[in-house]
Design a binder for this molecule. Structure first.
Ligand SMILES: [Cu+2]
Length: 745
C-alpha cells in the first residue's frame, strides 16, 4: 500500500515530468472508495469504504515529505476528500466546486502537496453526507524533531453509525418528529416535566418557541472506536508509554472522553502541541483531535471510553491486559434540569434561522435582541451595594451559576507552549457571526442567513481577522475553518492555543482570530454534518482569481446542495377517515398537499404553496376542495384560498385565510408530547360567511340571515410504535370518532 520512494525512483519520476523537489521524500498512497455492505450495528447496510475498511487507513508522513495521494472513486456517485487541518495549496483542500473538482464515478484524482506541519489530523469526504457512511480516516505526521517522550502510538478514530441512509436521516430531521429523542430515551414528555416541577420552565421555553434543551438530534445504534464499539489492544506491555492520537470523525456526535487508571497527559490539540497537562475527563467536539500519553499499568488494562454528549451511548477501547481499570462514568445530562436552569437565566431564545431581509446583515442588532443579557448582568454587578436584599442577591447568584452551566466546555486547559499573538501593529478586522438555527424546520445559518442567501466574506492578506462566534441556539456547534489555524482566545492570553475547529456551547460566545497568509476561497462551517447541509456555512475569500482548473465546476453547485427540497408524507388509515399529507420543502419554499376523506362521505382536499418570510411567518395560496352538503359527495366545490401562517409563541400553528368568496377563516393547531411516545393533538377552524359574495338567503328565502359559520375541529392521541408507524385515535366533527394507524413515509 505504501511506497517509500528512493532518490533513484524519484529521479526517474522527475524525468517523467514529476515535479517534486529532489531533496524531499515522496510518500505515496492510493485510496479506493467503494460502496459495500457493512455491519457496524447489528445489520448489513450499504456503507462507503476506503480500501475496504471503515475508517479508512491511517496515512503516515514525515514533516517535510511530499505527499502524493491518489483517490479512486469506484462508487456510483461523485465524491471528494478533504484533508482536515492540513495547510496545503488551496486547490488540494478538497471541497468540491469550491477548491477542487469533484471525483466522478470511475475517476481517480491525484492530490499532491508538501507536508509543512506535524501532528494528528484526518481526512473525510466533503460531498453531501458521505462522511456519515464511512468516508473518513486518520492522517499522522511525525515531526522533524520529536520533543515528546513515548514508546508507541495508537490512532483512535471515534465515529457514530446509523443503519439508516444518511439522506433519510436528514429528511427525517427536516420533517421534525420526536422519534429520535424517543428512541434515545432523551425525550422530556409533559408528565415528566410536571413531575419534576418544571412546568414553569417548560412554559418559558414554549413561549420562546423552543421545545426544550436539545443536545443531539439523531439516534445512533452504535458509536465506534476504529470501526467497532469495543476494541482490545492487548499487545502493549506494562510500563510502556503510549501516545493516543484521538480523532473525532463522527458526523454529529461530540463525546466526553474518560480514562481508567491514572489521569493521562494531554499533549496536543488539533495536531499542535500544548503545554502538557494531566487531564482525565475531556470534551472532544466533532472534527477535533487530541493526543494523550498514557502509561500501561503493571496490572490491568486501561479503559478509554467515549460517551456521546447526550449520554445515548458509549464506545470503549482497552489498552494492555489483565483486569479492567474502568474509565469514570459520565452521567447522562439531565435535560429537564438544564431547561429549568436556562429558564431562570435572563435570556431570549429562539432567534430566527431565517431573516425577513437576508440581504441586510445586522449581526450587532441580532446579538442585542437575542441571547444572554450579559450587559444587564454586568450592570447589576456594578450596582452591587448596600441596599441589595438577600433575595436579589440569591437570584443573581442563581443566574450566574446558570451561566456556569457550560464552563466545563471552555478551553482554558489548553495552553500553547509559545506565544501565538500576531505583531502588534497588524490591522484587525472584526466580524460578528451569530450562530442561528431552527430545530422545527432543521435550518441552520449564521446571523439568520443560510449559505444560499449570502455572499463570500472577504479576508485580507496580512490582516488579522477576529471573529466573535455568538451561539444563539440550544446546540453546540463545532466550527471549522479550512486551511488555517486560528487562536482560540482563552484565559491563557498570549499563550491561547491554535486550533482548526472550535466548539461554541449553547448560548455562549467564543472569539477566534487568524492571520491572513493564504489565497483563494476557504470554507468555514459547522462540522455537524447535518448543520453543514442545513446552511450553517460561509466562504472566506481572499478575493484572488479562481483556479482555472475549476472551470466547469461552479460553486453554485455546492451552495445549492445546502438548499435542496426534501419531501415527506403522512397517511392516516383509520376506521372513520383516511388522510394523506405530502410536504415538499426547501429553505424558503414549501408545497403542501392534504386530502381527507371520511367514510361518511365528507371530504376536503387542499393544495398550497407557501413562502417563508422568516422562520415563523409564511404567506400561502392554493386551492381547496370540499363537499358542500354534509354526508354527500354530490356537490363538490373548489375555492381559491390565500392567507398567512404563523408559528406563535407557545408553539401554536395559526392559519388565517380568505377564499375567493371572501369568507375569512381562522385555524389553530398544536401538539404536545404528554407521555413517553404519546402525543395529544388538536385542530380548530372557524369560517365565517358574511354574504359578501353569495346571497346567504338564497337557499333559505324565508330567512333573514346575515352570516353563516362553519366550525371544524378534531382532537386525538398518537402513540409511536416505531419510526414510521403510530397508533392514532381521534374525534373529528365531520368524520366522527375512530382509530387506526399513522404511517410516515
Ligand atoms: Cu452546528
Amino acid at each position: 500500500m505504501k511506497f517509500k520512494f528512493t532518490f533513484l525512483t524519484l529521479a526517474l519520476l522527475a524525468l517523467a515530468g514529476f515535479t517534486a523537489s529532489a531533496q524531499t521524500d515522496t510518500t505515496t498512497y492510493r485510496l479506493v472508495l467503494k460502496q459495500e455492505l457493512v455491519n457496524k450495528a447489528g445489520k448489513n447496510v450499504m456503507g462507503m469504504t476506503i480500501n475496504g475498511q471503515i475508517p479508512g487507513p491511517t496515512l503516515r508522513f514525515n514533516e517535510g515529505d511530499y505527499a502524493v495521494i491518489y483517490v479512486k472513486n469506484e462508487m456510483d456517485e461523485e465524491t471528494s476528500i478533504h484533508w482536515h487541518g492540513l495547510l496545503l495549496p488551496n486547490f488540494y483542500d478538497g471541497v468540491p466546486y469550491l477548491n477542487t473538482p469533484p471525483i466522478m464515478p470511475g475517476e481517480t484524482q491525484k492530490y499532491e502537496y508538501p507536508i509543512r506541519q506535524s501532528g494528528t489530523y484526518w481526512y473525510h469526504s466533503h460531498t453531501m453526507l458521505q462522511e456519515q457512511s464511512g468516508v473518513y480516516g486518520s492522517f499522522v505526521i511525525e515531526p522533524e524533531e520529536n520533543t515528546l517522550d513515548y514508546d508507541k502510538d495508537l490512532v483512535m478514530v471515534l465515529s457514530d453509525w446509523t443503519n439508516e441512509k444518511p439522506h433519510s436521516v436528514l429528511r427525517f430531521l427536516k420533517r421534525g418528529t420526536e422519534w429520535y429523542t424517543i428512541k434515545k430515551g432523551t425525550a422530556t414528555p409533559l408528565n415528566q416535566v410536571i413531575a419534576r416541577g418544571a412546568l414553569g420552565a417548560q412554559l418559558n421555553f414554549w413561549k420562546q418557541r423552543m421545545e426544550g434543551a436539545d443536545i443531539a438530534d439523531i439516534y445512533y445504534p452504535a458509536f465506534l472506536v476504529n470501526g467497532s464499539s469495543s476494541q482490545e489492544y492487548p499487545d502493549f506491555n506494562p510500563g510502556e508509554k503510549v501516545r493516543l492520537r484521538i480523532i473525532n470523525g463522527a458526523a454529529s456526535t461530540s463525546f466526553w472522553m474518560t480514562f481508567g487508571g491514572e489521569s493521562p497527559t494531554l499533549v496536543s490539540a488539533d495536531g499542535l502541541d500544548v503545554v502538557p497537562v494531566a487531564h482525565n475527563k475531556t470534551f472532544i467536539a466533532i472534527a477535533e483531535t487530541y493526543d494523550f500519553i498514557v502509561t500501561i499499568p503493571q496490572n490491568g488494562k486501561i479503559e478509554f471510553r467515549a460517551t456521546a454528549l447526550d449520554g445515548s451511548g458509549t464506545a470503549s477501547a482497552f489498552l494492555g491486559s489483565g483486569e479492567v481499570l474502568p474509565a469514570p462514568v459520565v452521567p447522562k445530562p439531565d435535560k429537564i434540569a438544564m431547561m429549568q436552569q436556562m429558564a431562570r437565566m435572563d435570556m431570549r431564545m429562539g432567534a430566527p434561522a431565517l431573516k425577513f431581509r437576508p440581504k441586510k446583515d445586522e449581526p450587532e442588532k441580532m446579538m442585542e435582541n437575542w441571547g444572554m443579557k450579559m450587559d444587564k448582568e454586568m450592570e447589576m454587578e456594578g450596582m452591587d451595594g448596600m441596599g441589595q436584599s438577600k433575595m436579589e442577591k440569591d437570584s443573581k447568584m442563581e443566574k450566574m451559576s446558570g451561566m456556569d452551566m457550560y464552563s466545563e466546555y471552555n478551553y482554558d486547559y489548553l495552553k500553547s507552549p509559545e506565544k501565538t499573538t500576531y505583531p502588534k501593529d497588524t490591522p484587525v478586522k472584526e466580524i460578528l457571526l451569530n450562530l442561528t438555527g431552527n430545530m422545527q424546520r432543521y435550518i441552520w445559518s449564521m446571523n439568520g442567513i443560510p449559505l444560499s442567501e449570502t455572499d463570500k466574506i472577504k479576508i485580507k492578506e496580512s490582516e488579522v481577522t477576529r471573529i466573535t462566534l455568538n451561539n444563539l441556539t440550544m446546540m453546540h456547534h463545532p466550527m471549522h475553518l479550512h486551511g488555517h489555524f486560528f487562536r482560540v482566545i482563552n484565559e491563557n492570553g498570549e499563550y491561547s492555543p491554535l486550533k482548526h475547529t472550535v466548539n461554541v456551547p449553547p448560548m455562549q460566545q467564543v472569539t477566534i482570530e487568524f492571520y491572513g497568509d493564504e489565497y483563494g476561497d476557504w470554507f468555514f462551517h459547522c462540522h455537524i454534518l447535518y448543520h453543514l447541509m442545513g446552511g450553517m456555512d460561509r466562504v472566506f475569500s481572499y478575493d484572488t482569481p479562481r483556479d482555472p482548473r475549476l472551470k466547469g465546476y461552479p460553486v453554485s453547485k455546492l451552495i445549492h446542495e445546502t438548499n435542496l427540497y426534501y419531501t415527506w408524507g403522512l397517511a392516516d388509515v383509520a376506521s372513520h377517515l383516511t388522510e394523506i399529507n405530502l410536504v415538499s420543502s426547501n429553505i424558503r419554499n414549501q408545497f403542501n398537499l392534504n386530502a381527507e376523506y371520511g367514510w361518511n362521505k365528507n371530504m376536503e382536499a387542499e393544495l398550497t404553496y407557501e413562502r417563508y418570510l422568516y422562520d415563523y411567518f409564511r404567506v400561502f395560496a392554493g386551492v381547496n376542495v370540499e363537499n358542500e352538503q354534509e354526508n354527500s359527495l354530490d356537490e363538490i366545490s373548489p375555492t381559491a384560498v390565500a392567507g398567512i401562517r404563523f408559528f406563535t409563541p407557545y408553539m401554536f400553528n395559526l392559519d388565517v385565510r380568505i377564499d375567493n368568496e371572501l369568507r375569512p377563516q381562522i385555524g389553530i393547531a398544536r401538539e404536545i408530547m404528554i407521555f413517553p411516545r404519546t402525543l395529544v393533538f388538536g385542530v380548530f377552524e372557524y369560517q365565517a360567511d358574511f354574504g359578501w359574495v353569495n346571497d346567504l338567503n338564497e337557499e333559505n328565502p324565508a330567512g333573514n340571515i346575515n352570516y353563516k359559520e362553519e366550525i371544524t375541529w378534531s382532537a386525538g392521541l398518537e402513540y409511536f410504535l416505531s419510526k414510521n408507524i403510530s397508533l392514532m385515535g381521534s374525534y373529528d366533527n365531520r368524520f366522527g370518532a375512530g382509530g387506526g394507524l399513522s404511517i410516515r413515509f
